[in-house]
Design a protein around this ligand. Structure first.
Ligand code: LLP
Length: 409
């Protein structure tokens, strides 16, 4: 398990003093190393890493990745803006419900490939191509739903029949056939993404097998798909789980798609373990035999425990050396029973004002934050070459109130 904080005590104390808590802290070296593992493992293939911006869209994070050659997987005009601003290329536009404006932007941008997720979306794309034809043909992929259970949390499984994502193989075939008659569209790839936080290769093997077979069927119809988009989903070790080796994943991809161009959309595996949420204990409440460590961080800062009952390691920055422990419920101050980071967690003895880090928060942490309970959006800090730099300032109540208006009395 990822037991230790990434940095030394002095650094956390100075960050807490300078920027306040709660705050997110990212590690640029780990970020680059994680990306490089993908790049190295796929070096023998014609592969492009399109980082899933939704996992952590902070511009400083995107810029580091862009400098290493990353493209982007995006799901909104907002993420497109972020990817363009940091010069990520190519860009894959995924998502089950892109609006008109988003489709128009995507179709007219030469570096964007659209992953189509329904026949109805395809109709909208056709219409835009007819009314406002792009200068160069727009690359399309169809996202298939292979009806495979990824064996992960229900809310982040995406490849089962009945999940809202992708289309059946039959529908995909129909889209490719119709698209092949439209000069402004280029049938480029087939896409599949079956879920997030996968810890086994088997669901991938099943999905890739079906997709490979389907690509052969498409070929038989005289349509050549040059590329396959294998999605993302590789899990990380929140609790010491055995995780997939990227090299094994690459070998599996090679087994099925050696002669194709490959796009992949990893998110969590690139940013998950490089981020921590630094928080201070407001209070230790003792009541009816229970001890609650009430933090200054809450579910608005990190949704994952509340939303998915996700387990995150929580580590005190400096704790007593005697090895004494106690049992705590580690909670936030928000007025909801679900505002809990950990139930009955055995911890070194902790006290008011202590600093803790919540580990493995680089993915789906700050990006899912909200200002619920009129709380601030936590700042984000990046540590690079030993130095801490602010990469998003705290967005506090004064800032938030600037966007609301009332009639002056
Ligand atoms: N590609 C597509 C089409 C996706 O929908 C996703 C994630 C990814 C790639 C990246 O997946 P990753 O490599 O990060 O597993 N908020 C949840 C996770 C939601 C994942 C949504 N889609 C969580 O905190 O666990």
């Amino acid at each position: 398990m990822n037991m230790k904080p990434l940095h030394d005590e002095t650094l956390y104390r100075s960050i807490a003093e300078q920027y306040g808590t709660p705050c997110y802290i990212y590690d640029a070296d780990l970020l680059r190393g994680n990306y490089q593992q993908f790049a190295d493992s796929f070096a023998g293939l014609d592969a492009t890493i399109c980082y899933a911006v939704k996992a952590n869209g902070n511009l400083a994070v995107l810029k580091e990745l862009a400098q290493l050659g990353a493209g982007a997987d995006i799901v909104s005009a907002g993420e497109l803006t972020r990817a363009l601003k940091t010069k990520m290329k190519p860009i894959i536009f995924s998502g089950v419900g892109k609006n008109r404006a988003e489709l128009e932007m995507a179709i007219h941008h030469p570096d964007v490939q659209i992953n189509i997720e329904s026949y109805q979306e395809f109709q909208q794309i056709k219409e835009i191509c007819k009314n406002q034809p792009p200068k160069t043909p727009c690359k399309i992929a169809v996202r298939v739903n292979p009806d495979i259970d990824a064996g992960t949390h229900d809310k982040i499984s995406t490849g089962r029949k009945g999940d809202k994502f992708g289309v059946s193989f039959d529908e995909a075939m129909q889209i490719y056939q119709e698209a092949s008659k439209i000069p402004m569209l280029k049938n480029h790839a087939v896409a599949v993404h079956i879920g997030s936080q996968l810890l086994s290769l088997e669901p991938y093997r099943l999905a890739f097998g079906k997709v490979r077979e389907f690509m052969n069927d498409v070929q038989q119809q005289g349509i050549t798909l040059e590329a396959v988009d294998i999605g993302g989903g590789l899990g990380i070790a929140y609790k010491g789980e055995e995780i997939l080796q990227i090299a094994d994943y690459a070998a599996l991809v090679q087994e099925f798609f050696a002669n194709k161009k490959i796009y992949m959309e990893p998110g969590r595996r690139i940013v998950g373990n490089m981020g921590e949420l630094l928080t201070r204990i407001n209070l230790i409440k003792q009541s009816q035999g229970q001890k609650f460590a009430i933090l200054d961080a809450a579910m608005n800062d990190l949704m994952r425990p509340t939303l998915y009952q996700a387990w995150h390691n929580i580590v005190p920055i400096a704790h007593n050396q005697r090895g004494e422990t106690d049992i705590y419920d580690i909670v936030g101050p928000i007025c909801e029973t679900g505002d809990v980071f950990a139930k009955a967690r055995q911890m070194p003895i902790i006290s008011e004002e202590d600093l803790l880090v919540i580990k493995d928060c680089g993915a789906y942490g700050a990006v899912m934050g909200s200002a619920y309970n009129a709380r601030a959006l936590a700042p984000e800090i990046m540590v690079k070459d030993g130095a801490a730099k602010l990469v998003r300032r705290r967005i506090d109540i004064d800032e938030l109130l600037r966007y609301e208006m009332i009639d002056e009395e």
